[in-house]
Design a protein around this ligand. Sequence first.
Ligand code: PMV
Length: 311
Amino acid sequence: MISAVAHPNVALIKYWGKSHDALRIPATPSISIPLLALRTETRIEVAPTHDEITISGQPDTSGRIGRWLHCLRGDFELDIPPLAVRSHSNFPLAAGLASSASGFAALTLAINTLLDLDLDTASLSRLARLGSASAARSITTGFVSLDGQASTHDAWRARKALDWEDWPLGVCVAICSHASKAVSSADGMRLSRDTSPAYTAWLEGNRRMYARAARAVAERDFDALSAAARWSFFGMLTVMQTSDPPLRYLNASTFAVIQAIDALREQGVPVFFTCDAGPQVKCIHLPECAELVEARIQAVPGVQEVIRACP
Ligand code: PMV
């Protein structure tokens, strides 16, 4: 039996939209940080006849992992035997906390060990990306970029931009609902690409922000990173809201937390926020203001739980 662990990640520069759906090639590069207190552990062993997949004790009814294994065995000619896969996460699934990222990353790492593939980070991230594009960034920890020069499978891989120990930021997550999302990221992205009049401007603007954020990470410039991340979040939100029909992943408590964090920022507290395809708010801050940020978001009406995700 092989076991592997991976952490979900939160994108500071988002990806929203694909240039190739089946190969899950993002239409825009992204940069993420890990949520180190959240983890998915996946255990695998060879099964007698066919894949048996359970997620948190329940059979995987979505069929997503089965389809991914089928693709690795077929299109990518990996000699993977039938597998018994058991995956457990210590955080709510399908609520915008990137459970698919840590799930596919842990499974990719486990398969790499089981089959003695000895793949490097770039190759592992390409395989994980075929399951969920953000999973490519969970193959390693630290500040991780996912980019590529061409719209091809080989070009798009994750790379560690900076070790986490070299700039360990604080991350607090405000859980604003435990409900699963109504529209999957994949469906939402397709809708945005096909219907939002803001989509092309989003791709161009987000590329510029990616370059700025990469520089900010290299220079450990919190204000510059915060400005680029805020643009990326609001750019993605604009595309979601101008899709037809509009995509609504956030709720009233999400906006109340956003206001609270903005008020802290205006008082000079080094903190900013980002959200994904779900109502949870990820607050990124310098480590010395962890208690202040946590207490402030805990006090927002409707916040159900606050998770200290880093350190
Ligand atoms: O990994 P996917 O394909 O489920 O999409 C994730 C999309 C966002 O979380 C909204 C943004 C991102 O870059 O992680």
